[in-house]
Ligand binder design. Structure first.
Ligand code: NAD
Ligand code: DAU
Length: 329
């Protein structure tokens, strides 16, 4: 297959490229990525063909998509906090960008389109788990614009018959995640003896999924999923945020005194939980429980200061200090 993979210079997309290299070494890959603050050339495996460009740019998209059999769209602004501060770029990438990709896929006769999406489109759930038939009820500008992108994908599949599928993942973690997200932020702060900023009471629940496992599910749905359908991919464990922080404290040997309760995120979703029965029926299952994956992730960040040192000394520091009102050491 020849695949166009958008947003693959980011965290999950670059993990997906590693899974493809292992599982389908003969596939030809073109990456289209805007290289935002979260997209880094050094995330890409050596010899990846990268076209720098935005998915909302129809000319760049047609150039990158020419001759592709399939498109996998990871490109996104992925951070909920940033969407609360500034939503325009979320709407442009998730809505306009998805629309441009779908139009080009239809015009160029691409046979398969996979939209990478999120459990956040369903909103928060106090008990039980969301299925693919649960109504969309997004709460943040991030999830609202992701939901809009999903609806465009479904509408294109319905109206034009393009073979599109949607994969909705729960919270991912693992190597190369930008340290604005809970797990890498807490690991790096713990390793540096910086404050560990917990939003609200820390009793929010997330359904943690190792990024390699999500990537394997995406690969499976791309090749075996039913056209026009949605597949949820949830992690094997549900954990309170505070428990995640405690585990990171234990794994790094940091002091519990570093925990600092800070102002809660506006509109903060309390709990996410996905039923993954449908993707499991295709043959997927997670390879790691949260304890194993978290230990490996802490070790990766310990061993890869070359990856994170330039981030912690750059614009990220200004973002962090403004967002949290806290200093990094
Ligand atoms: P990320 O922020 O690490 O990477 C996003 C990538 O997209 C970056 O390389 C960035 O440069 C690129 N990008 C952003 N806007 C673009 C544009 N307009 N045109 C082209 N490239 C653009 O994000 P991630 O965590 O790897 O998330 C990837 C996808 O998975 C997203 O669609 C996200 O919604 C979804 N998702 C993420 C999680 C999670 O926990 N991180 C969970 C479920 C689903
Ligand atoms: O559920 C899937 C989603 O998971 C993806 O679609 C998003 O792209 C991804 O960013 C993630 O969203 P969350 O908002 O759940 O992730 P984040 O890592 O920002 O926060 C996880 C939880 O930790 C959430 O309840 C907020 C809390 N938190 C986060 C940070 C950064 C804190 O308590 N302190 C923090 O400093």
């Amino acid at each position: 297959m020849k695949l166009l993979v958008t947003g693959a210079a980011g965290f999950i997309g670059s993990t997906f490229l590693r899974v493809l290299a292992e599982e389908h070494p003969d596939d030809k890959i073109v990456v289209l990525d805007k290289l935002t603050y979260a997209g880094r050339r050094e995330n890409l495996p050596a010899d990846t063909y990268l076209q720098v460009g935005a998915i909302e740019d129809p000319i760049a998209v047609r150039e990158a998509m020419e001759g592709a059999d399939a498109v996998v769209n990871f490109a996104a602004e992925s951070h909920v906090d940033r969407s609360i501060a500034e939503q325009d770029v979320f709407a442009i990438t998730h809505v306009i960008g998805t629309s441009v990709l779908l139009d080009a896929a239809r015009e160029l006769g691409v046979s398969r389109y996979l939209q990478v999406s999120t459990d956040e489109v369903y909103g928060s759930i106090d008990e039980g788990s969301f299925t693919e038939r649960s109504p969309l009820d997004p709460s943040s500008p991030y999830s609202a614009t992701k939901a809009a992108g999903d609806l465009l994908v479904s509408a294109h599949a319905h109206t034009y018959g393009i073979e599109a599928v949607i994969c909705r993942g729960s919270n991912n973690y693992g190597p190369r995640q930008y340290p604005e997200k809970l797990i890498p932020l807490m690991i790096l702060n713990a390793l540096h003896g910086d404050a560990l900023p917990v939003y609200g009471d820390g009793k929010q629940v997330r359904n943690w999924l190792y990024a390699e496992d999500f990537s394997r599910a995406i690969d499976l749905v791309l090749r075996k999923g039913n056209p026009g359908e949605v597949y949820n991919v949830g992690g094997p464990d549900e954990t309170f945020n505070l428990d995640v922080v405690q585990r990171i404290i234990e794994a790094t040997g940091a002091s519990e005194d570093l925990i600092q309760y800070v102002t809660d995120r506006p509109g903060h979703d309390r709990r996410y939980s996905l039923s993954s029965d449908k993707v499991r029926a295709l043959g997927w299952e997670p390879s790691r429980d949260f304890a194993t994956g978290l230990t490996e992730t802490v070790e990766w960040y310990r061993a890869n200061a070359d990856w994170w040192a330039p981030i912690r000394s750059g614009d990220y520091r200004a973002y962090y200090e403004e967002h949290y009102g806290l200093k990094l050491g």
